[in-house]
Design a protein around this ligand. Sequence first.
Ligand code: ATP
Length: 469
Amino acid sequence: MLYNLNSNIFHLGIDDTDSNEGLCTTYLGTQIVNLLLDYQVLFLDFPLLIRLNPNIPFKTRGNGAIAFRFILDQSRVDSLWSDLIKIIEEFSDIKAAETHPGMVLIKGEIPTFMKNLYSKALNELISLEDVKKELKEDNNIRLFFLKKGRGLIGASAAIGSTLDQDYTFELIAYRIKDNWGDKKRLIDKKTVFTADREEPLTISNIDNDHGDIMILPHGPDPVYCGIRGETVKSVVNMWRSLKVFEPIETLMIYRTNQHTRVHFLTDSDSNNIHPFQSIISKGEVIESPRYIEGAHVIFSLKIDENIIDCAAYEPTKKFRNQVMGLHKGDILQVCGGIRAHEQGKSLTLNLEEFTVLYLKTEFKYLTPKCPHCNITLKSAGKNSGFKCKRCSFTAHKKYYIKLQTPRVLKPNVRYVSPVCAQRHLTKPIDREVSLQFHSFNETSFSEQFDDFLNIREDILRNIINHKEN
Ligand code: ATP
């Protein structure tokens, strides 16, 4: 298709189409890509999978919204818009009580309020009314929503996410419709471990601590598996190496903010900590960690004048041992989600990671040993020194050996919950140098996505042959 003076840049955002009973917003995204291909748009980027505040109460699973950026001839927009609405109606689980789909289409520049909304939606609870007030339909903004239309929040925030700093990729494979539901996902697990080892630029696809694979979801949704990585090549290579024992309908690659820790970039206002926030803050341990019922670990932290409980819950497994290594007096940076408030109780932070900024030095005082026999001296009585029981060596005054107590934790190291308990936005400890991979992109995302679409059928055939062999 030729792009002429009538062509415009469009940004499309969609959210809240699935439920715990089925469907998936990223699967709906594959239908959108097919439709946009029919309209011969020029994709400016991969489809975006944007994770928002993991602590909001309405999320189905991972609080993910999707967005698309493309160029299209203005004369075709009305027709595209009505086709998009048909897709939302067909592929949303509208019967589910908590599904409230929302779709936003923007022409031209991304409005500043959407960029600001993205930043805020990463760690705050946003009011739908506030977003609806900002979203006034005009020549440049089209809106569609069903039921309460809560999806307009995620849809607008996803448009506002420019992902111009850090980002990762996820290749998602979708099951054929006959296999949706509770059918077990079939795969040769060994090939997942091998592929993961051979592709160092993949991320969090294996939980090495517990020897588990992380790429298969467990719900009734259409997703067969999701492979995460720093580069398109890494996720495609890993997919090609897997032995898949069921038919696959299609594949999609999303560019995402997963594993970038973008929800913890700026310090939270310590005087306004409230439920459903994701916060990053500094404080002092004022009560040492202890185990409570359910094998959760809890300690008290003083952030300015406020005291909050910090919890490492049972599913965070060995992370709890690291938390147990904290002592009263340590000064920390903590990151995590504030849980819903129980009346009369202090706020609880669901700890995702911490860094010790000041490790309290502690000493213990030991009774000296006999310089001749090397056995611990005994008191020679009140107001006297020490005496050796074996050789009668005497120290006339009591004195003690001051020893620094060794600490297990190290200062300025990020301690992060293990892969099995991580949020989508959590940055794993071994992903500190991620940006270096991104500065070498020679081709634009537009070209890379085009390349992927060109090889997509080929990779699918590959996998099917794999199965038959
Ligand atoms: P999945 O991960 O399976 O796609 P989900 O976990 O993203 O599902 P949704 O069904 O999309 O869950 O529901 C999340 C809802 O919360 C959406 O309506 C979205 O617009 C809204 N939302 C997202 N972020 C915020 C936020 N920070 N404050 C308030 N609402 C939000």
